[in-house]
Design a binder for this molecule. Structure first.
Ligand code: URA
Length: 327
């Protein structure tokens, strides 16, 4: 059997407030001599040697449509199917991304005969291929989460301008990860490195968190990571009650966008804020339900960096969650 690996994307644009998808027209193989049946496809093609799937998707889009795009981070899905080519069975896997067109002008390559920008329902009807149609529902849902999260981050980032006596950093550190993840990780507040890079959990605590997720059978690229307060507190101090309250509506909105089934609450601040349970030293490993979401109470990774014994306890806590998810 032959194997083929391709990459492609659901390319979208926003026109008059509506999301439209780019679908490409081509002549169905074998119908060239009998009245040319048109079928629809998405931009996609082979992953070349030394290329990542992301690079291949961006290149194929450029070659087939002339469009420059930006890929939605973390979203990656794949379809698998078999077909016959010269009497040989071929196994094909296509990795799909979501790509936002940053320019408008489409110039189609010789491989296709035309293109259409269609809204979700119409695009789904034209695509036909069962796997793509199924994936497209997920893509539509993901794009609305992307839009909602971008709006939230826009509003959150100007909070320091309207809040009285703001003492935290004025740079928002946005949450990061799969927007439709079933698992959300909530920390306390960004540290200095996170403030500089504008990314959550990338310093020592972040590296430990990655390790803990892996040891617990989870994976950073599959979860959504944020913090109760998303601005760096000077001297790395604990955020005040007022600061936590000012940020709370934005945390609530993030939870509403991601709609996780599970949350990992790292440390006293997020555990008491979300689940009303403090004293993590005593309560770690407990799983409590808050508004239908199962929440694991555990230490903040910084506490495991200070006292090594806590790391082992955290691994056990994370594994407990993993077992619950596996059920
Ligand atoms: N610690 C946190 O609680 N949040 C971050 O974003 C980084 C470190």
């Amino acid at each position: 059997m032959q194997f083929q690996y391709s990459a492609g994307a659901f390319v979208y644009r926003k026109a008059s407030g509506k999301i439209q998808f780019l679908i490409l027209q081509k002549i169905k193989r074998g119908t060239e001599d009998m009245g040319r049946v048109i079928e629809y496809d998405l931009p996609k093609g082979h992953i070349e040697k030394g290329e990542s799937a992301e690079q291949a998707a961006v290149r194929e889009i450029k070659e087939e449509t002339g469009l420059s795009v930006s890929l939605a981070p973390y979203f990656r899905e794949s379809t698998k199917y078999f077909f016959y080519e010269n009497r040989q069975k071929v196994f094909k896997q296509v990795k799909f991304f979501i790509a936002r067109a940053t320019d408008e002008k489409v110039s189609i390559s010789k491989e296709h005969i035309g293109y259409e920008w269609q809204e979700l329902e119409a695009a789904m009807q034209k695509l036909k291929h069962k796997d793509l149609v199924k994936l497209m529902t997920k893509v539509g849902d993901y794009i609305s989460r992307l839009e909602d999260m971008a709006q939230l981050n826009k509003e959150y980032s100007i909070l320091p301008e309207s809040a009285k006596g703001w003492q935290l950093s004025k740079t928002l550190v946005p949450g990061e990860g799969r927007l439709d993840s079933s698992i959300m990780v909530i920390g306390q507040a960004p540290g200095r490195n996170e403030d500089l890079e504008r990314r959550p959990f990338i310093g020592r605590s972040g590296r430990l968190l990655d390790r803990l997720l892996r040891k617990g059978g989870l994976n950073r690229s599959k979860v959504y990571i944020t913090s109760a307060v998303q601005f760096f507190p000077p001297e790395n101090r604990l955020p005040t009650t007022d600061e936590v309250s000012a940020c709370r509506p934005f945390l609530e909105r993030q939870i509403a966008i991601v709609k996780p089934r599970y949350m990992i609450l790292l440390g006293n601040l997020s555990s008491s804020e979300i689940a009303g349970i403090g004293e993590v030293q005593k309560n770690h490993g407990k799983i409590v339900e808050v508004k239908g979401i199962k929440c694991l109470i555990t230490f903040h990774p910084a506490a495991a960096l200070r006292f090594h014994g806590n790391e082992k306890l955290m691994v056990d806590d994370f594994r407990k969650l993993r077992q619950l998810i596996a059920k």
